[in-house]
Design a protein around this ligand. Structure first.
Ligand code: 5GP
Length: 189
């Protein structure tokens, strides 16, 4: 059974998770696509909730078995991907899939699903603000933060013109209201 998909991509620290979690609460027909990853769980992340956690070896095996809709090596040595079984699981319930996925993956998923997909790029106001947000989150080392900031700068360049909608997260309340409006419209269509 085929349904709709909503894609959110953003440099990390742009407020993507906050916006996605807000929308998941607001619209019961939305369901989060749980990605597979080869990175280790962070904080209190649980297998089958935030991600399906696999070893790099098992991940490569799943790639070889053609089990993924898309997959990327988002950070060197860390693989992320969406399993075909995850898409089927959510559509079988008649739900709209929500992807929280890196910028390259977002562009790929949009290409795969075409008109069934609505892709949103969440833009942080600036690289400096982004760095401050990541520091404030307190879950990453200084080195990891600089890696993410460098990646963010190149992602902003890459994303220009490739998404259906660019949502600037300058003021969170405004961004949440705007997100509700555009997603509501797409779901009802
Ligand atoms: P984190 O390690 O912070 O959870 O995620 C790192 C990046 O990987 C984020 O930008 C996240 O959106 C992205 N990501 C998560 N799942 C997938 C996926 O299935 N495919 C791709 N290409 N990227 C993903």
């Amino acid at each position: 059974m085929d349904g709709k998909v909503v894609i959110f991509s953003a440099p990390s620290g742009a407020g993507k998770s906050t916006i996605v979690n807000h929308l998941l609460k607001k619209f019961p027909e939305l369901e989060f696509s749980i990605s597979a990853t080869s990175r280790a769980p962070r904080g209190n992340e649980q297998d089958g909730r935030e991600y399906y956690f696999f070893s790099a070896e098992r991940f490569r095996q799943l790639i070889a078995e053609d089990k993924f809709v898309e997959h990327e090596e988002v950070y060197p040595g860390s693989f992320y991907g969406t399993l075909k079984s995850e898409v089927e699981r959510i559509w079988a319930k008649g739900h709209v899939i929500v992807f929280d996925i890196d910028v390259k993956g977002g562009v790929n998923v949009k290409r795969i699903f075409g008109d069934k997909a609505f892709s949103v790029f969440i833009q942080a106001p600036s690289v400096d603000v982004l760095r401050q947000r990541l520091i404030g989150r307190g879950t990453d080392s200084a080195e990891a933060i600089e890696k993410r900031v460098a990646k963010a700068a190149s992602e902003m360049e890459f994303a220009a013109g490739k998404f259906d909608y660019v949502l600037v997260n300058d003021d969170l309340e405004t961004a949440l209201a705007e997100a509700e409006k555009i997603i509501g419209k797409f779901i009802e269509k």
